[in-house]
Design a protein around this ligand. Structure first.
Ligand code: AMP
Length: 429
C-alpha cells in the first residue's frame, strides 16, 4: 500500500471543520484590522531563503526541501529551487518585485497555506504544516517602524485567540536589537562563551563563531547552565531600540494585553530586529509555541529592495487546532435532508427536486433509486440528516412528498412548494 510520506498527513472530515473554523475566524479578525490576502508560490529560488532566513539557521542548513530544477528548454539554466519553509521571505520578495513601496502606504498582508521543513516528525511537528501568516510592511514615511504597529499586531493576535476560544496563552516578548547594537552584543556573547565553549555542543561551538545569537536557541540540556549565565540582549540595546521596546510595552499595557519578557527568545531566523515574540500554550507539551514573529526592518534591503521595515507573525495552524481542544463534531453541519428516490425512473425526479431545494439553501444528500426504502432511511440516519424526503411515483403525480422527521419518526405529506420552508424554517423569512 502506498502511504502518505512520513511527516505529512491527511486532514479528514469532520476535523477539517476545525481548520475552516480557525481560518474563517482569522479572515474575519484580520479584516477588522484592514489586512488583505496575498498568495505567493509554494516554491521559490533557494537563495531567497538562504539570504533572508540565514545560512546558519537550522531551517536553511538542515531542513529545506531543495532540488535542482533542470528545465527542458536549452535556453533556461538549471536553478536551485526550494519548497517554502516560511512565508515572510516570499511575501517580502513579492513586495519588492511588485514595487509596493511606491504606494507610500503600509501594506497589511496575510497568507494561509502549507510550509515545508525536513524536521524530525513528532506530535505538533510535521514536514508539511500550515501557517496563518500576516505582515505589515511599508516605507518609514508610512509609519512602518512605529512601535504602535508592533502593539497593534500583538493585540490583534490576542483578539484572534480570544475569538476562537483559546485561553491560557502566554505572550513572550523580547527585543533582539538592530544592526547598530547587535555587533556589541555578539562581541559580549563571544567573550562570555570563550571560557566554556569547549564544554558545549558542536552546534554551539560553530555558532559561537558564525552567529553567537543562535547559541541562545540551543536546546541541549547540558548547555543550559552556561546559556543561563550569558549576557542579556536587553542590556545591550541602543537608546532608540530601548525606547522602541519600552513603547511597545506601554502600548500593550494600555490595551490590556498581558506579556512576559523572555530575554532568551531570539527566534530561529536571521532577519529579525527589535521586537520578537511568541505565544506559547501549556496544552502543547514540548512544541509549545503556537505562533511566533517579529520585526525585520532590514530584510527588504538585504534582498535588494527599498527601505521597507516590517513586522509579522506565523501562527502554526496544526498546533492551534491541537490547542483548541474542541471536537470537530460540534462544528460540522449534517445535511438537512436526505432524498430517497423509490423505484425505477425516480432518480430523475429526485435530482430535479434536489436542485430546487439546494437553490433555496437546503443542504441535501441525494440517494439512489436502486436502494430499498429501509436502506435509504438507514443511510439518512447514519449521515445525521434531520429529514428524509421520499420520492415515489405517487408523490410525483401528486406533486407532494412524504417528509419524515428522523428524530421523531413523524411523517407528513408536504406540497413541493412548501418543502424547503418545512425542512429549514429559518431559510425563507
Ligand atoms: P517559526 O517560523 O519557526 O517561528 O514557526 C512559526 C510557527 O509555526 C511555530 O510557532 C509553530 O506553531 C509552527 N511550526 C513551525 N514549524 C512547525 C512544524 N514543523 N510543524 C508544525 N508546526 C510548525
Amino acid at each position: 500500500m502506498i502511504k502518505a510520506v512520513r511527516g505529512t498527513r491527511d486532514l479528514l472530515p469532520p476535523d477539517t471543520a476545525l481548520w475552516n473554523f480557525v481560518e474563517t475566524a482569522a479572515r474575519d479578525i484580520f479584516r477588522l484590522y484592514n489586512f488583505r490576502e496575498i498568495r505567493t508560490p509554494i516554491f521559490e529560488q533557494t537563495q531567497l531563503f538562504a539570504r533572508s532566513v540565514g545560512e546558519e539557521t537550522d531551517i536553511v542548513s538542515k531542513e529545506m526541501f531543495t532540488w535542482e530544477d533542470s528545465s527542458r528548454a536549452a535556453s533556461e539554466k538549471t536553478q536551485s529551487l526550494t519548497l517554502r519553509p516560511e512565508a515572510t521571505a516570499g511575501i517580502v520578495r513579492a513586495y519588492i518585485e511588485h514595487d509596493l513601496n511606491r504606494t507610500g502606504l503600509l501594506q497589511r498582508l496575510y497568507m494561509i497555506g502549507p510550509m515545508f521543513r525536513r524536521e524530525r516528525p513528532q506530535k505538533g511537528r510535521y514536514r508539511q504544516f500550515f501557517q496563518i501568516d500576516a505582515e505589515v510592511i511599508g516605507p518609514p514615511t508610512a509609519g512602518s517602524e512605529s512601535p504602535s504597529v508592533d502593539a497593534e499586531l500583538l493585540e490583534m493576535l490576542a483578539t484572534f485567540l480570544e475569538r476562537i476560544g483559546i485561553t491560557g496563552w502566554t505572550l513572550e516578548l523580547n527585543s533582539v536589537g538592530c544592526a547598530n547594537d547587535r555587533p556589541r552584543y555578539n562581541e559580549a556573547l563571544r567573550a562570555a562563551l570563550a571560557k566554556d565553549l569547549d564544554k558545549m555542543c558542536a552546534d554551539c561551538q560553530r555558532r559561537a563563531v558564525t552567529n553567537p545569537l543562535r547559541v541562545l536557541d540551543c536546546k541541549v540540556p547540558e548547555d543550559q547552565p552556561i546559556i543561563e549565565k550569558l549576557p542579556r540582549m536587553l542590556d545591550y540595546l541602543d537608546e532608540s531600540c530601548r525606547q522602541h521596546f519600552q513603547a511597545v510595552q506601554d502600548l500593550l499595557a494600555a490595551v490590556g494585553v498581558p506579556y512576559v519578557i523572555n530575554s532568551r527568545m531570539v527566534r530561529g531566523l536571521d532577519y529579525y530586529t527589535r521586537t520578537a515574540f511568541e505565544f506559547t500554550h501549556g496544552a502543547l507539551g514540548a512544541q509549545n509555541a503556537i505562533l511566533g514573529g517579529g520585526r525585520y526592518d532590514g530584510l527588504s534591503e538585504w534582498l535588494g529592495g527599498p527601505k521597507a521595515p516590517g513586522i509579522g507573525f506565523a501562527i502554526g495552524e496544526d498546533r492551534l487546532v491541537l490547542a483548541l481542544g474542541r471536537t470537530a463534531e460540534a462544528l460540522s453541519h449534517p445535511p438537512d435532508a436526505y432524498l430517497a428516490p423509490l423505484g425505477t425512473g425516480m432518480d430523475r425526479e429526485a435530482a430535479r427536486l434536489a436542485r430546487e431545494l439546494r437553490r433555496q439553501g437546503v443542504v441535501v444528500e441525494l440517494g439512489d433509486e436502486s436502494f430499498r426504502l429501509k436502506k435509504s432511511l438507514e443511510t439518512a440516519s447514519k449521515i445525521g440528516a434531520r429529514y428524509a424526503v421520499i420520492i415515489g411515483e405517487n408523490e410525483v403525480k401528486a406533486d407532494a412528498f412524504a417528509l419524515k422527521n428522523l428524530a421523531t419518526g413523524e411523517q407528513v405529506t408536504v406540497p413541493r412548494a412548501e418543502l424547503a420552508r418545512r425542512i429549514q424554517p429559518t431559510l425563507l423569512k
